[in-house]
Design a binder for this molecule. Sequence first.
Ligand code: MLT
Length: 333
Amino acid sequence: MAEIRVMREDLLPPREPPRRHLISIGDLECQDVERLLGTARNFERSLERELKKLPTLRGKTVVNVFYESSTRTSSSFELAAKRLSADTMSIKSTGSSVDKGESLKDTALTLGAYDPDVIVIRHPQIGAPQLVARYTGAHIVNAGDGKHQHPTQALLDLYTIQEELGRIEGLHVAIVGDVLHSRVARSNIQALSLMGARVTLVGPPPLIPRGIEAMGCEVSYEIDAIKAADVVYVLRMQQERMAEGANYVPSLREYAARWGVTPERLRPGQKVMHPGPMNRGVEIDPVVADAADALIEQQVRSGLVVRMAVLYDLLTHGPAGVQAAALHEIGAA
Ligand code: MLT
């Protein structure tokens, strides 16, 4: 009689299908966030070594397509892919065929012809990442679509908070400023609430969308409300996204005077965050930006390891093995 052998794999729970894209924080559950932050932590340890490159994504191709300006997001995605040994290609709308009127669909079809494994896209229009997902077989990462979502920013913010304050659950975060035009605010409200933090939005009424409390946050129109928070998250005045001729605030000078985050408006020990780019002297006083309690540089550092974790997570097989595999790769490399 034939011998029946039980293979090790037979004893493991069935693998969940791999998550295809990261388009919104709404795509994630608590356990996904915890896994991604854990993987980022492992990568951070690997970067402490002299040789910073890991062989993990050798042979994979990551394409970055940016239709809007970016310093932090585009550079960190590119470096993240390189640190994992993937081949990278960066395309900016200026200087590409987009300048000649090529549609997003045609650009997606063109890039898709190279069979990239991941396309990272930033675009001023909401829904652009879904469109690229429809016309290519690549995993899509949303690096910012209009004022809708910027999921990797929210993940790197969670990572920064957890590293600096030791936890996320139970913390109170005040997000202050131009919430109306901010994809960072929308992604962070979802991400912080998902992980058990309390969120209060603070700003002048024209810059706080009506009904946003439905996302699970509180609203205050008093700048003094930031004093009650553990973390004060400052948003840029996003003038390029404001409707022409609309007067959301009388002037930037007036905004700075009434809503700017200054040392006097903070209490000692409060942590301050900003996604960048900062307008010093408008939404944030330079003294606050340069103080020891500002986590702004840490946010940039977190961006690299969190984006490495996102690329790794999308390109490995399913959630179950990711943490163990990451540890194995890092240990073995
Ligand atoms: C963004 O891309 O939304 C930035 O990171 C934040 C900003 O532009 O103010």
